[in-house]
Structures are given as C-alpha cells and as structure tokens.
Ligand binder design. Structure first.
Ligand code: AMP
Ligand code: ZN
Length: 471
C-alpha cells in the first residue's frame, strides 16, 4: 500500500517493522467540549485507515490518548488552559468535565461508525510514566529546570524541525504574533515537560514530582502513552495536520531523545475541515457537532459519506448545500442496494476478484476513499449476480462503514409497510412546516421541526422531498 508520509513528503510503501503487525497511535481529543465535525473528520479517516489495515490482513494494535489534563506546552501559550476553561464555563470540576466530554466523544464516534481504539488511555492515568521519562531526559541532558518548570532543550538535537516544509522563524513558539515569550526558555522552540509554576496556577489537578507539585505539559503525554502501550518502535502515528507542529515535532524530539534511536517511520496527517470563514475550531466559537447535524435531520453516516467522498490530504469545505448533496447521493445509493438484499445467484470468482481490485487499488493508492466509493457504484453497475454484488458491498463496507446494507434493510422494511405509520399530529406539523417554507419563513419552519423532533421524529430534506422518520 502506498501512503503519504509527512516525514518523507512522499507516498511511501507502508511497511510495518514486524511482518503482519501494525502499531498505530492516534492523538485523542482534548475533552473540554464536544468534538466538532472537523475533529471527527480526522477520526473518520483514521478509522478507515485502521480498518483497511485489518482488511488487508494486518494484526493492528491501535492506541489513543485522552487529553484530560491541561493542554499547555509553555507558559507563553495563548488563550487559556482548555480543561480549566471548560470547568469554569460549566461550574464543574475538571474531572467531571473530562468524564462528560469523553463519554460524549465516544457517543459521537459510535454514531459515525468509528471503532474505539484497542487501548484508550487518559493522560491522568499515566503521571508516573511521565515523571519517569522526564527524569530520564534530564539525566541524559535533554531537559533543564528553569523558573520552576522542566523544559525540553531543542538545541541538543541534530534536527528539530523534522517536518521540514516549515519556515523556522514562522513556527518557533514565542515569535508568533499574539504569543507571549516565556522568558524561562533557553531556545525559542523549547517546550515544557512539567509545570510547577505557571500563569495557569489555579489547576485543580496537581501531582507530586521530584520537581515539586505540578502537572505535565501536553506533548509528553502522547510520547509516553504510545511507548507504554506500543513499545519503542511505532509503525504509524496519526492526527490532524495542525498537530504536525509543534505537537508531533515535539513528540518526536522527546521520544527519540529518550529512546536514543528513531521512533516512528510513518506520519499520517488529515487536512482540515473548513467553513467559509476558515478552519473549523472550537476557539473560534463557531463549530458544528454531530448532535447539531442530527437535530437538523441529517443521519451522522451522511457526514461520514461526505468525508469519504474527498481525499484526506485535501482540505474539505463544509456547507449545508454540500451535505445535502451527500444526503441525496447516500439515499440513492442505499435505494440501489435494496433490490440486492435477497442476494441470489452464483458468484463468478473471476469477476468478483476484478471488482474487488477496483476497491483495493483505490485504497492502496494513498487511501483514495473517493475512488473506493466509486468502486461501490461499479459493483452496482456490473454484470454479476445479486449475491456477488451484495457480498462485495458488504466487504467494502467493512472498511468504509457507511452502514449501507443496514440502511437498505431499513428502507426495505419501510416500503414493505412494516415500518410505523406517521401519527396525524406529526403529519399536520409537517403540513404547517411545508407552508412556512413556502412563505420562506425559515424561522417558523425550524421551530416546527424542533417540535416534531421533541415528539420523537426526524425531518430530513432529500432531493425527493421532505421525509420524516421515527428517531
Ligand atoms: P483536539 O481535541 O483539539 O486535540 O483535536 C482532536 C483532533 O482533531 C486532532 O487530531 C486535530 O488535529 C484534529 N482537528 C482539529 N481541528 C480540525 C479540523 N478543522 N479539521 C480536521 N481535523 C481537525
Ligand atoms: Zn498527540
């Protein structure tokens, strides 16, 4: 399989260190708020990658952290400590916030058919590990104490900016506009491994350490959680592109300084989901969640379909118009699968292999999910039995996870009359909403949709018209 590697800036042959096995690490969410659908784009594409590895026969072990303490890498960081900010916003403790949003994150993942990684480890459960690795970095001369904090000394490395398509002066933390200089640092790129004195001193969670009562910096957690669970060699590390610098750059610095050898060969980065106003982010205040999409009547799997229709290495622009198109295409696709459900006829092995190759060729070419989706359409058009079509679609969907067969079964049930009738109260509200939309009174139309939703029904706009289904 060819897969783009941010480290070499080429499409490399993906080769794990030990035959047949893949160790995979994913940067997990900072659990101070709901995940937005931009974050989830990254997790969807990583999920497809993991499932494709398994599809091709690899034994995968995938690990993910949960950032439940701080989100800081130096005292010069702009803004606030995200976890503290969340706790203040909701008048709850940091641990309550972490627990609530961790649960919410996995609920969203479930709705999007994103598999939970084999190991999920919150940062707060690995404090001893952080202290052990930081102590070793100090011993090896890679870290120093200043102003009560422990910093990583980037000048000790032969090469720090490993993802070298960055301009050093643009990226060095401390010289960016709006970022305060942290005067403790010896070098601009140095970052904090352990805080005991910080401008964010009102932390609720602090731990004893050889350097005093304090808490870890952000980057150290991923290095330690990865090494603890996957050993000293990592086959592939994933995350959104904004993590490449400084987070992943610093992970490499610490891990390799600690291990004394190269750590991870392959870096997989997903480009951003953008809105018309730029990158979708929580700090900008404007962000969309899975629940919000559901409230507006979209099936979360339509969002997954929308993501898979474009390549992970291109930024993707979100708009409701684009999502509506995806919703209509998804529905049509599902409708084409309904007649196959009986799955009769013989399977022509040669033709089957040919059609399967369309799919694997697409995925082997840098995870081209858009072409992989096209391979599903190719199956539908092909001159093979329904049994072959159904089996192929099931195989492809074990990776794509669009719930195609399940959705087709639901659609079949509904059209056979096995589904439930819409109560007259809902039908009446639908009529009122239709009239409101006709008059372009969208505020009223939204209000009516909320009423329908409160009664347990979801309204969806499709190309074929308005549909209503029981939640
Ligand atoms: P966070 O919870 O902020 O640590 O981010 C979780 C993951 O989402 C990280 O891998 C980020 O790189 C990724 N991410 C953040 N914003 C976006 C976005 N707009 N589009 C895609 N991925 C994103
Ligand atoms: Zn990370």
């Amino acid at each position: 399989m060819k897969l783009y590697n941010t480290l070499t800036r080429t499409k490399d042959d993906f080769k794990p260190r030990f035959e047949g096995k893949v160790s995979m690490y994913t940067c997990g969410p900072t659990v101070y708020h709901y995940a937005h659908i931009g974050n989830l784009r990254s997790y969807i594409m990583e999920d497809v990658l993991e499932k494709y590895f398994r599809f091709t026969g690899y034994d995968v072990k995938r690990v993910m952290n949960i950032t439940d303490v701080g989100h800081l890498s130096s005292d010069g960081d702009t803004g606030d400590d995200k976890m503290l900010k969340g706790a203040k916003r909701e008048h709850k403790s940091v641990m309550e916030i972490a627990e609530f949003y961790t649960k919410a994150f996995f609920e969203d993942c479930k709705k999007l058919n994103i598999k939970t990684p084999d190991v999920v480890e919150p940062a707060t459960s690995c404090i001893d590990e952080f202290i052990r690795v930081i102590s070793s970095l100090i011993e090896k001369g890679y870290a120093y104490e200043a102003g009560g904090n422990i910093y990583f000394d980037t000048s000790k490395l032969k090469k720090y900016y490993v993802f070298n398509d960055f301009k050093e002066e643009d990226l060095a933390v401390g010289v960016r506009e709006g970022v305060e200089e942290d005067s403790n640092k010896r070098n601009k790129a140095d970052f904090v491994l352990w805080f005991t004195k910080s401008k964010f001193d009102d932390q609720e969670l602090k731990w004893e350490s050889p350097w005093g009562l304090g808490y870890p910096g952000w980057h150290i957690e991923c290095s330690c959680i990865s090494m603890k669970n996957l050993g000293e060699y990592l086959d592939i590390h994933c995350g959104g592109i904004d993590n490449a610098f400084p987070h992943h750059t610093n992970e490499i610095a610490q891990s390799e300084a600690y291990l004394g050898h190269e750590w991870c060969n392959h870096w997989f980065h997903v480009l951003h989901l953008n809105t018309d106003n730029g990158k979708m982010s929580k700090s900008s205040g404007e962000f969309l969640t899975v629940s919000l999409l559901e409230e507006k009547g979209y099936d979360p799997l339509v969002y997954r379909f929308f993501c898979l229709q474009s390549h992970y290495r291109k930024s993707l622009v979100f708009s409701y118009e684009n999502l509506d198109n995806a919703a209509a295409a998804y529905e049509k696709l599902v409708a084409k699968i309904v007649p196959l459900l009986e799955g009769t006829g013989d399977i022509d092995k040669e033709k089957y292999a040919e059609l399967k190759k369309n799919f694997t060729d697409a995925m082997d070419n840098d995870l081209n999910t858009a072409l992989a989706v096209t391979a599903v359409y190719d199956v539908l058009k092909a001159d093979v039995s329904n049994a072959a079509k159904l089996a192929l679609i099931k195989e492809f969907d074990s990776v794509l996870s669009l719930g195609l067969v399940e959705a087709a079964q639901k659609q079949a049930e509904k059209s056979s009359g096995a589904g439930e009738e819409i109560p007259s109260e809902i039908a009446e509200l639908l009529e009122q909403r239709k009239a409101a939309r006709k008059e372009k009174n969208f505020a009223l139309a939204d209000e009516i949709r909320d009423k329908i939703s409160a009664l347990g029904y979801v309204v969806t706009e499709t190309r074929e018209g308005t549909k209503v289904t029981k939640k």
